[in-house]
Design a protein around this ligand. Sequence first.
Ligand code: GLU
Length: 283
Amino acid sequence: MPLNTWGSLQVTRFAPSPTGFLHKGHAYSALIAYRAAEESGGRFLLRIEDIDVTRCRPEYTEAIFADLAWLGINWEPQEVLIQSEHMNDYQAALAKLDAMGLIYKCFCTRKEIAAEAARIGGAPHAGETIIYPGTCRNNPREAKAGENYSLRLDIEKALKITGEDLFWEDKELGQIKANPLRFGDVILARKDTPASYYLACTIDDARQGVTLVTRGEDLRDATDIQVLLQALLDLPTPLYYHHKLMADKEGKRLAKRSDSESIRSFKERGMTSKEFIAMLEQA
Ligand code: GLU
């Protein structure tokens, strides 16, 4: 566990998605956020990121509460933010971005995106993802009745509004210049999922008054997009700390599918929460 000086009165949060049982890595992440709040004399908040109704289940939300309680983590019960109850706010933010001319409908399937990227050659990638080649941005049209689409953010146009000088402070790496262009035009909503993680998380960190976002380093790239959204929507940029990810015995990243690593499986095998936390602290 990192020992850190966090500054005073930090408002932190843990924001899991109830798509499975929390594992060791989630416990590690939650404890970092909780301790940062405690050590700085601030507040620790909980948010349930349950926007994707096709994957989230209420029993996993209940399990999150139970697992955190077992870990001895105290959150403010009246301040728990359940994202599925706030869809109108995400829609309002999308409408604002739309009024700024920054949103367009995209009808491309994954297969079409890959084919178009191959056609134009040297398809740029961001990690494992092909960067969207802008097909629907260049040929805007309305949806036909019943047609499926997603809403993308025109990043180039957005940067013309905000300017390219977008920065965020990473507790470990110092000041970072955001480079959202490298991800291409990201999806902010789908027809059946009215807000993407990028959008909902940005809005809710601001709504909950979060001053220090602690989360795994797999989400560091998302920060570049979220800092752009903050600038567009006139929201404050918190401080960020992206911690190392925990791996399993084979060195693979932990997944919610891996039941043997779930917090509850350690509990069921008779481990006390004290022993469990001591194990995390040695990681
Ligand atoms: N809901 C995200 C997840 O479970 C975490 C979001 C965040 O911490 O920004 O991976």
